[in-house]
Design a protein around this ligand. Structure first.
Ligand SMILES: NC(=O)c1ccc[n+]([C@@H]2O[C@H](COP(=O)([O-])OP(=O)(O)OC[C@H]3O[C@@H](n4cnc5c(N)ncnc54)[C@H](OP(=O)(O)O)[C@@H]3O)[C@@H](O)[C@H]2O)c1
Length: 235
């Protein structure tokens, strides 16, 4: 199979590229040239250096692509909003651009390369299950991404649209977090859970289950209970 992965230069995407390269041809995308060069020492990995948040670059790169079996849109960023009532709209724009608008560009130019019977995989987040303090930008981008995937899944029976909701995974993205991250996984573990789900044709891959169940139970309790707990977490 031919698999394209965005955000393959680091973290979950890098582990996915290495795992999938065991028995597939992988096109690993990112901006960090040194990291991509290092990845492409694996003979089953070729790298593509472009910024997913620049529409013209996505269009240009798409002309060089072959037909694809799986497209995994994983590139993403996280920045927290410390005081949402003095809103930082520039931060909001950066996060929405990288996590959401980029997916629109890939949908226009890269996703048409997916063969019938192929998969479009959107790496969203378990943050979509509950409104988390300081995640006004990140959570909004991921909730929109999940919605986008769910709507796309309705209209193309010949392509599997798969939504991934990881919990906390140790990567450069979460290394910046200054709060406890329950049930933290390493990126190799996250990648093998994603690939196992894809091979089993699961359409919504959520892990680790312990965290997902706890979040889902809290999400059905009255909003006021979660709001007071979340306010205490923020302090
Ligand atoms: N880690 C977690 O706990 C966690 C939990 C839930 C969901 N996720 C999601 O999983 C995905 C991967 O995250 P990660 O934790 O593995 O983070 P990471 O290690 O920081 O990796 C992010 C990747 O996205 C790429 N990227 C970012 N902006 C880009 C841009 N404008 N153009 C091209 N590539 C760009 C980066 O590549 P360059 O640096 O080369 O540009 C990098 O390869 C993200 O969508 C994230 O939201 C992560």
């Amino acid at each position: 199979m031919k698999v394209l992965i965005t955000g393959a230069s680091s973290g979950i995407g890098r582990s996915l590229a290495q795992l999938l390269a065991n028995n597939n041809e992988v096109i690993a995308c990112g901006r960090n040239q040194a990291a991509l060069k290092d990845l492409s020492t694996n003979r089953n990995i070729v790298s593509l250096n472009f910024d997913v948040s620049v529409k013209a670059d996505v269009e240009q790169v798409s002309h060089t692509l072959p037909s694809l079996d799986w497209v995994i849109l994983n590139a993403g960023t996280c920045e927290y909003i410390n005081d949402p009532w003095h809103f930082d709209s520039a931060l909001f724009e950066r996060v929405i651009r990288t996590n959401l608008l980029s997916v629109g560009y890939c949908l226009e130019f890269i996703v048409p390369k997916i063969k019938r019977g192929g998969k479009l995989v959107l790496v969203s987040s378990s943050a979509t299950i509950l409104p988390l303090p300081r995640a006004e930008a990140y959570g909004t981008s991921k909730a929109a991404l999940t919605y986008l995937g769910e709507t796309l899944a309705i209209t193309r029976p010949d392509i599997d649209v798969v939504i991934v909701h990881p919990g906390f995974v140790k990567t450069p993205l979460t290394d910046k977090n200054d709060f406890p991250m329950p049930f933290l996984l390493d990126s190799e573990d996250a990648a093998s859970r994603i690939v196992a789900g894809l091979n089993r044709n699961i359409k919504r891959i959520e892990f680790p289950k312990r965290l997902i169940y706890i979040m889902k139970i809290i999400s059905i309790l009255p909003n006021s209970l979660w709001a007071s707990l979340a306010r205490r977490m923020k302090k």
